[in-house]
Design a protein around this ligand. Structure first.
Ligand SMILES: [Zn+2]
Length: 342
């Protein structure tokens, strides 16, 4: 983009209460059948309007049409058993009832393509579309078939690549893979995680991004963060290899966390979506808070490669809070843009 510091969000945004139970993950739909389809489209219109009015430059669907950032994609693959869910520990942190792999995995039909076309028709701004990353998908189910994390990740990468190519054709400008698991399984990231991600991006001409964070602002995550010590240096272990990868943009958590800003220097040459909004608190940042985070990141990231963003998705927050945070993000970016342009 030619505009300095274009703003965007990491992923999900709150759903309207008429569509799904608010402030809850895996929230059940409140509509069904045709009404649900129409409701999802209306929610897409609303979330787009809220982003545009708030001054967000790179817009998204806010994940209005999916119940969860990982499971909704998995639901559309063959080889997955959704009837017999099992409880597994996700990212070594919390238990969830998840589907299982019981046969060969493949993508039977487009998952988000109609939604992406719909969004494309509503806006002239660049669109970013989030898909789950292969490693995070592996970590959000049980596997009774391949029984090998790397093998399964590469099967998922194939399915993701098919979806990503169709999203690109639908007019999506940036395809983002969400890999919170990259902050947990550090050795595996270097052994096969990045390679699987590159497989998912193979042949794409649009920009690609990977989002690596410390998770939604839910209790299991905030409790986990308390055990991580004074400085969070997970990124330090994976960024050197990510810097050498073919991925264009890295989206990461910064504001209010304990990530030392100097780790950003490890991404030299990459575009960086700097998390300047904390999604784990309902307290709304001031524009000056956001500006301070951007200024700090600017010590390590070139101005033309710095994209202010949120730390993670905002689905569990109230709509008022999320709107306030979007406006603060845009206003903070405005402040630093003026400073740098002066
Ligand atoms: Zn995240």
């Amino acid at each position: 983009m030619t505009k300095l510091f274009p703003t965007s969000t990491a992923g999900s945004l709150p759903k309207p209460s008429w569509l799904a139970q608010p402030e809850q993950l895996w929230s059940p739909w409140r509509l069904e059948g045709e009404a649900l389809i129409a409701g999802k489209n209306d929610a897409l219109r609303v979330t787009l309007q809220e982003q545009e009015k708030s001054g967000i430059d790179i817009v998204s669907d806010g994940e209005q049409t999916r119940q969860h950032f990982v499971t909704t994609f998995i639901e559309n693959l063959s080889g997955v058993d959704f009837e017999n869910k099992k409880t597994v520990r996700i990212r070594n942190r919390y238990d969830a009832s998840v589907p299982g792999i019981v046969g060969p995995v493949s993508r039977q039909k487009p998952v988000f393509i109609d939604d992406a076309k719909f969004l494309r028709a509503q806006t002239d701004r660049p669109i970013k579309w989030a898909l789950p990353g292969p490693m995070t998908m592996v970590d959000t189910l049980y596997d009774d078939y391949y029984k090998d994390r790397k093998t399964l990740a590469f099967e998922f990468a194939k399915a993701l690549n098919e979806e990503a190519k169709e999203l690109e054709a639908a007019g999506v400008n940036i395809i983002q893979f969400d890999e919170p698991a990259f902050n947990v399984f550090l050795d595996e990231v270097n052994e096969w995680g990045i390679e699987a991600l590159e497989k998912a991006c193979e042949g794409l001409k649009c920009e690609t991004a990977v989002h690596i964070c410390y998770g939604y602002g839910i209790k299991a995550n905030t409790d986990w963060k308390k055990t991580l010590g004074e400085e969070w240096r997970h990124y330090e272990k994976t960024f050197p290899a990510i810097q050498k990868s073919s991925i264009d943009i890295i989206s990461l958590e910064c504001h209010n966390g304990r990530v030392p800003f100097e780790v950003l220097a490890l991404l030299k040459g990459k575009k960086v979506m700097v998390g300047a909004i904390d999604v784990a608190t309902p307290e709304i940042e001031t524009a000056e808070d956001v500006a301070a985070t951007i200024r700090e990141a600017l010590k390590y990231v070139d101005a033309d490669k710095l994209y202010p963003c949120t730390n993670c998705g905002m689905a569990p927050l109230s709509r008022d809070v999320a709107r306030g945070k979007l406006a603060a993000l845009a206003a903070g970016a405005d402040i630093v843009r003026e400073e740098v342009s002066a």
